[in-house]
Design a protein. Sequence first.
Lengths: 316, 256, 318
Amino acid sequence: MHSADWRKRGYLRVGLLLIAIATTGFAHSRFETRSRVELGQLQVPSADYVKLWSLGFDAAVADYFWLRAIGVVGAEQGAVEEQGEVLADLIDLVTTVDPWVSHPYRFAAVWLTRDRGMVERGNRLLERAISYHPLDWRNRYHLGFNHFYYLDEQLRAADLLEGAIGLEGAPDYLAPLVARLRSREGGLQVAAAFLVQMIESAEDEYKKAEYLKALDEIQIEERARFLDEARVEYWRRNGRDIEQVTDLLAGPNPVLQRLPRAQMHLDGFEWILDPETNQIVSSFYRIRYQLHESETDRQRKQEWREREAAAEAEGA
Amino acid sequence: MIGRIWAMAVNTAREAVRNKLLYTLLFFALIMMLFGTVLSALSYVDRERMVQDFAFSSIRLFSVAIAVFVGVGLIHKEVERRTVYTILSKPLSRAEFLIGKYTGLVLIIWLQVAIMALFFAGVSLLLGAPLGFAHLAALALTAVELALVVALATLFSSFTTPLLSSFFSCGLWIAGHLTRDLRDHGASSASALVREGTTWMHRILPDLESFNLSLEAAHQLPVAASDVWFPALYGAGYVAAVLAFAVMIFERRDFR
Amino acid sequence: MSDRAEIVRVDDLVKDVRPGFGLRVKRILEGISFRVREREIFGFIGPNGAGKTTTLKVLMGLIRATSGRASILGHDVSEISFRRQIGFLPEQPYFYDYLTGREILRFYSKLSGVRREHRERRVTELLELVGLTAAGNTRLRGYSKGMLQRIGVAQALVHDPQVVFLDEPMSGLDPVGRKEVRDIILRLRDEGKTIFMNTHILSDVEMVCDRVAIIVNGRIRYEGAIDEFLDAGEPEADLVFANLPAETAVQLEESFGARLRGHGDRIELRIAEKDSSAALRLALDAGAVVISATPHRVSLESIFLSAVNEAGAEGGAR
């Protein structure tokens, strides 16, 4: 054969190779690049099924699904609560295959707050955690917090926290916290104490901000209560009520030297008298805090109700 | 007798040592361990434990792969290539031949596990991850599981082709990991047939989950001596039975 | 000769096989019997597929006979321990190619129970015997077919057996290799060994074997000493002359019944051996030049072919 023929053949081959590469690259570029989480298509296999088929690789299989769970939270911060089902399924899967894991239980409890049902799923996971790690105070603490903070079940919370008292690493304030929960008094301090601990242990900035917001509200409420006391003093000294909050600073013998901030972090808010209730309120919140009736709580409960209604409508 | 079995075993081990496949698999197992290290970085908790979990799984996965894929050719290849002719014309019984081949492969697989275990220990020490009795126990029972898998592969290899043998061996290995859970699920079934069926499957098929201490190793849970000894005894008995069966089949074969 | 001990004894050996999965049974050995006596080189000959290798495999315990008995050195072939005294070279032997020549012989000597203290010496001796001393540390993967055949011979002899079974020992060897193997076989006989050899290369049989059995279609057709075979019938001689006058040729034809063939100026004639001296004298007197005078033997080949043909005719009649 002539060398020219060989050359022709060589060109042909290179040509075919380039065409093949181009085709492959084109097809590949058309693939869906968003993750399944983003597409909302993540299918979590049944926990029992995965446990059956883990073939003795239980620990690694659990680790794998734990990484997927982290992926769900990491995918889109704001939508984590929307992915509650997937997250709950994944953590249920992880803790079914490897119930001896520690962290994923609390991870689930922290994120599963979308509605009452989710909180209850989170609580069931925490109960599983307690049965496998009876000596770990943190699971009991989280479960107590959930019962107190989301479900408004103070006595149940007290019972759970009581079980954590004296366990290794448990903070000292658990005992007084339990006593306060039992007496149904000092709800504000209880909530603050709970939140401080939750903030301390929170690994996620988003979740931490949420707790901080709740804590802010409690701190503003504490200041409002302080101003209430000052208002009473004003009445005692002057024989009449204030007409505006700044009255507390007025006169030759003012009750207060200056007013505390009306918002913990933002400027431009002040203390005002609510025209309806005649209570001292922060112009930021415009309403006085009540345990389980706070702005955060109301918002959450409103959302829960809407979701439940939607779910019912869907079910019907 | 021991001398002849040992000569067979040493020779089988030498074959494996001179076979590039094993080095390839060993290499991939080590790569898998490194991959586990990378993967574990995605988690923000328990990273060291996850590295260990993935490393331990690599050890098991690759050892089982070696056990099956070398095991299924163990006897068949000898017959196919007619090397068996000269060997069996020596004063060596077929049982000695088969047990020698089996012993050689098990020893070489155990050696591989030991090498990978050393690597595992090295990585653990480097990361400051805990090493304890549970790891040792889990490795020991993995070794028993492997001995059983090799025995099954040898059994199939004594009468059928490597391809079918690998299907059978892999199938039995998977089934062996399912029987315990299947029995538990079956126990709640309304059908007596399902209940009895799953119970008998669990009794007859190898109960490989009894060798699974992966969670104990992962979390350094306490392991009772009986959790090691009884499975080990069970494994030894099962291996003996499978090999006896293999010998019975092999002795009846004509090498035409 | 028949007072020698019987080393191999085969009686009414039958082997049935099922070629497929069905019930159809094919009989490949139809009740064969033969004896191999001490210090004999026994040639087991037959066409391909006649049952030679099957018989040998029954003797080696590799397959089981359907019925009949086979024993070696007085032991039933299903026994194990007497194999210390036998050596076996299979047809086209294949060995672990990841071992070196020296390693494989060491391995076989261990299996055969050669004592540790003799092992290395024995291995070296055998490498020397089969001419593989230089290749002793090369892996078998790098061996040629002939070298593999030689290592096969070496492994069959490594434990110094009393009886050696060889399946087609010369096939696949070049002429030099064949001569070497032949020499080894003859040397073994001189050392007092008994040799059983399967082959279809008849010239080798004629050169080395003392006794032969011809097997065709699973039956023994002939068994006997090779001389008996060849001495059957009147011995003849072949004489070749140059310059043989035509009238002398006619005279030879008429008085001795000689059969003549011409090759140019040469004349070849076959004549009864007892008449050869008289014929030679007559031709020399007539001025012919003697080119050669050789005794003519009935070739094994013709016997072999007639056995096969006979079997074919029987098979056709069946």
